[in-house]
Design a protein around this ligand. Structure first.
Ligand SMILES: CC(=O)SCCNC(=O)CCNC(=O)[C@H](O)C(C)(C)COP(=O)(O)OP(=O)(O)OC[C@H]1O[C@@H](n2cnc3c(N)ncnc32)[C@H](O)[C@@H]1OP(=O)(O)O
Ligand SMILES: O=C([O-])CC(=O)C(=O)O
Length: 393
């Protein structure tokens, strides 16, 4: 390894700043999340997902006319080529939804008329297409795997309401659509999280947007990242009852496991998004006349935090995936769709970051991410091993 390199071995790059960005800021100490200067908590519930996509892509909030035109642009791009739907119909019905979504990304690239256009305008059009179509793919897959025909998108509906409509065949009421919209707003962007970093790393090679986004989807699927929301719900279902929380927590910590939805690589306080998601989960529980999953989440938060502190002598906090789980469950969404739902929102952040990576961020950086590694493998004594042909080994 080059002596001039800063050594941050096996730290997962925690605390290492690798590039500047104008897109978002995560203040881990204060628990603040800012999208292009605006607090995400001020945007959720007060703006639509489409407004936030516009903000992330075009660096400012739209005025009324700009928003109307942008909503129309998104609505016009929601249809997915029938060949891709046919390919999905040919897939095994038990395929993982994140695999299906990831597989659809290069297929979408094959149908994108701008795929050879390297201009920033072309990238912007690709970003809009991907954002519009992700929701259609996720909803279509859920229907296909359940033996139902996909529902065509309704251009009159918002991205949030249209997703729920394409999933269930029913237009959601305002409260449900509003809550789902707020979820999309809250999941849209989070600086250099693992999946965005993966997307930016691919974009740094000058590969096209779809190649970068496919990497982002793969990274988001992991249980330590976006995949945690599905695992949180599986954990709640496994516990099943508030009375069993103590035993569950003790057992998981005794066996070196992790409580899904707790802990974060950056936040040293509660994730600010959890404070908005939790009351929405509680409200939907009340509306359903069954607050069990919210109550169980709350008990798990309290007891999990206390047990962690007792054992490790330090605090742990809830992250975005903790309360989104019960919230989506109350919406009647299949548990393994929670992470694809994260993706139908985070696509906005990924595409904004790909554009920033390729067409200019806040400051110049070398085009290609290429860190060093420390070789700790074998040599044959002081020298490299002498090669032995196959038939002499
Ligand atoms: C959208 C998102 O990506 S948000 C994150 C979603 N992921 C999860 O909810 C999965 C559960 N959480 C975790 O695994 C972790 O908290 C992470 C990966 C998210 C962040 O981890 P980091 O801050 O890097 O901490 P790290 O994994 O190094 O853990 C530090 C210590 O806390 C422990 N710890 C961290 N999170 C948890 C948890 N949820 N439950 C129990 N112990 C935990 C670790 O075991 C480790 O203990 P040790 O020091 O005795 O080895
Ligand atoms: O920032 C992270 O490490 C994970 C996260 O919360 C997100 O991607 O929303």
């Amino acid at each position: 390894m080059d002596d001039t390199c800063q050594t941050v071995l096996n730290t997962g790059l925690r605390g290492v700043t690798i590039a500047s960005t104008k897109i978002s800021d995560v203040n881990g100490a204060e628990g603040k999340l800012v999208y292009r200067g605006y607090l995400a908590k001020d945007l959720a519930g007060n703006t639509s997902f489409e407004e936030v996509v516009y903000l992330l892509l075009f660096e400012k909030l739209p005025d009324r006319d700009q928003l109307k035109a942008f909503q129309q642009q998104i609505a016009e791009q929601r249809e997915v080529p029938e060949q891709i739907i046919a390919a999905m119909q040919a897939m095994p019905k038990d395929a993982l939804p994140m695999d299906v979504l990831q597989a659809a990304v290069p297929m979408l690239a094959a149908y994108d008329p701008d795929i050879r256009d390297t201009s920033i305008e072309g990238a912007g059009r690709m970003a809009v297409r991907l954002t519009a179509k992700f929701a259609t793919i996720v909803a279509a897959w859920d229907r296909i795997r359940n033996g139902k025909a996909p529902i065509a998108p309704d251009p009159e509906l918002s991205q949030a309401a249209n997703f729920l409509y394409m999933l269930n065949g029913e237009v959601p009421d305002d409260e449900l659509a509003g809550f789902f919209d707020a979820c999309l707003v809250l999941h849209a962007e989070h600086s250099f999280n693992a999946s965005t970093f993966a997307a930016r790393e691919v974009a740094s090679t000058k590969a096209h947007m779809y190649a970068a986004v496919a990497a982002g989807v793969g990274s988001l699927s992991g249980p330590l990242h976006g995949g945690a929301n599905t695992r949180v719900m599986q954990m709640l279902l496994e516990i099943g009852d508030v009375d069993k929380v103590d035993d569950y927590v003790a057992n998981i910590l005794d066996t070196g496991g992790v409580i899904m939805g707790l802990g974060h690589a950056v936040y040293q306080v509660d994730d600010p998004r959890a404070h908005i998601l939790a009351p929405m989960s509680q409200a939907l529980g009340k509306r359903a006349g069954d607050t069990r999953w919210y109550d169980l989440s709350k008990a798990l938060e309290v007891k999990g935090k206390a047990a962690f502190k007792e054992r490790k002598g330090k605090d742990i906090f809830v992250n975005v995936d903790f309360y989104s789980a019960s919230l989506y469950y109350y919406m009647g969404i299949a548990v393994d769709l929670f992470t694809p739902i994260f993706a139908i929102s985070r696509i906005a952040g990924w595409t904004a970051h790909v554009i920033e990576e390729q067409y200019g961020g806040a400051a110049a950086k070398p085009a290609l991410y290429r860190p060093e590694s420390d070789y700790i493998g074998d040599y044959c004594g002081p020298d490299e091993c002498a090669f032995v042909p196959l038939d002499k080994r």
